[in-house]
Design a protein around this ligand. Structure first.
Ligand code: SAM
Length: 391
């Protein structure tokens, strides 16, 4: 994005152009021509100003699922939006920092300010830095657009003195020139800085797939899911760490959290009347047995993340199913059993077995008018098929 054009967009004239771009109902090319004629500046300036305004309109629309109502007032770059933390998760992080009495936070690599905005909104004195001058300008504009205080500047995280702040936050970019990277050694700011920061009061946003072995002793790892999707592993160090492993589940009903201290452990047992499919955050945090204990149950198989119990519980940490019956595991007999029950539309869940649901569904070629859900898995090492109903 052209930095000068973006700065201009923040002026009164720029805001007028942005408003007209947002109201445009003609197709993009026509809108572009029309707005270019209306915009002030030289031919070249008008072209880049209109391009920036139209890009913001598109990005604001795209940002709604992630950032809700704020999206309409914020500014973005395409990558900055993609990397930004969703508002629900950022608000939870900010609330934790606030609850830990972190009165000031430095965000080392703040991007367009997804987390920065949440810190400031939680009443935390907030400073952000980023290597990228465009993102710095955008993050600053976002705080201003939302009426929030905070300082943002261009700096290299590896050279910043974080000691004046109660806590540091870092959300390293997980990309290289070749695309998304899964190795912590490719992160920027680098893992060496992360390790150093974890020696004091810090929160690090890491990819959910971070290997447990990479998490230093005395650091809490919190896997966070939102609407059933695991979004991140947040590492908390120093006095911000309150346990070793935590799963936090954000859903329509609010937020629920479970830790290794809630986990008395659980063994495997026979499949009971109910089956529970733990949330991904619970699985990543290694807390499936805590869920099993919470529903007075056990594991279907000690190596797999299905829980079973004779009792029906509503829990934010797992989806519950009533086990209707056990069906044959072999395909031919399964097809006959499903046809007998007039099942045509079939949801196939599987864990620990080598089945491709779409291919199996095709091979079963069902045509009945009843909807059904089956779970293909292993129970104490043996393949089983369960006909289940969500409850
Ligand atoms: C994943 S993004 C942060 C997103 C942010 N948490 C949000 O919610 O919008 C990582 C940011 O770190 C910045 N960055 C990478 N290396 C850096 C360094 N050494 N110093 C400062 N910023 C850096 C990148 O420019 C990028 O904007």
């Amino acid at each position: 994005m052209d930095l000068d054009a973006f700065r201009w967009l923040l002026t009164d004239d720029g805001q007028q152009l942005l408003a007209r771009a947002a109201e445009a109902t003609d197709d993009e090319l026509r809108a572009q021509d029309r707005l270019r004629r209306e915009a002030p500046g030289s031919t070249e300036e008008r072209a880049s100003r209109v391009a920036v305004a139209l890009a913001q309109v598109t990005l604001r629309r795209k940002a709604v699922p992630k950032l809700g109502d704020d999206a309409a007032r914020m500014y973005f770059t395409p990558d900055g939006l993609e990397q930004a933390t969703r508002s629900t998760v950022a608000a939870h992080r900010a609330a934790r920092l606030s609850a830990a009495s972190a009165g000031s936070v430095i965000d080392l690599g703040c991007g367009i300010g997804g987390d920065l905005v949440a810190f400031a909104r939680a009443g935390i004195t907030t400073a952000g830095i980023d290597l990228d001058p465009v993102r710095v300008e955008v993050a600053r504009a976002n705080l201003a657009a939302l009426g929030l205080p905070g300082a943002v500047s261009v700096a290299d995280a590896t050279t910043v003195d974080v000691t004046p702040f109660d806590a540091a936050f870092v959300d390293p970019a997980r990309r290289t020139g070749g695309g998304r990277t899964f190795s912590v050694d490719d992160w920027t700011p680098p893992w060496t800085l992360v390790e150093e920061l974890l020696g004091r009061d810090t929160c690090v946003k890491a990819a959910p797939g971070i290997p447990h072995a990479r998490i230093p002793e005395d650091v809490e790892a919190e896997w966070v899911s939102d609407a059933g999707e695991v979004k991140e592993a947040a590492l908390w160090s120093g006095r911000l760490a309150t346990t070793r492993r935590r799963a936090t589940v954000i859903g329509h009903g609010g937020l629920a959290t479970i830790t290794d201290e809630d986990d008395p452990g659980a063994g495997d047992r026979d499949v009971g009347d109910f089956l529970y499919e733990p949330d991904g955050a619970v699985i990543r945090a290694g807390l499936v047995t805590a869920v099993a204990a919470g529903v007075n149950g056990g594991l279907v198989d000690e190596h797999l993340a299905y829980v079973t119990s004779d009792e029906a519980f509503r829990t934010p940490f797992a989806r519950g199913f009533r086990v209707v019956e056990t069906l044959p595991y072999r395909e031919k007999a399964l097809r006959a059993a499903l046809r007998e029950r007039n099942i045509g539309s079939l949801t196939i869940k599987k864990r620990g077995v080598d089945v491709v649901p779409d291919e199996l569904r095709k091979r079963l070629s069902l045509s009945g008018d009843v909807t059904g859900t089956i779970v293909l898995t292993r129970a104490r090492g043996h393949g089983i098929t369960l006909l289940v109903e969500p409850f």
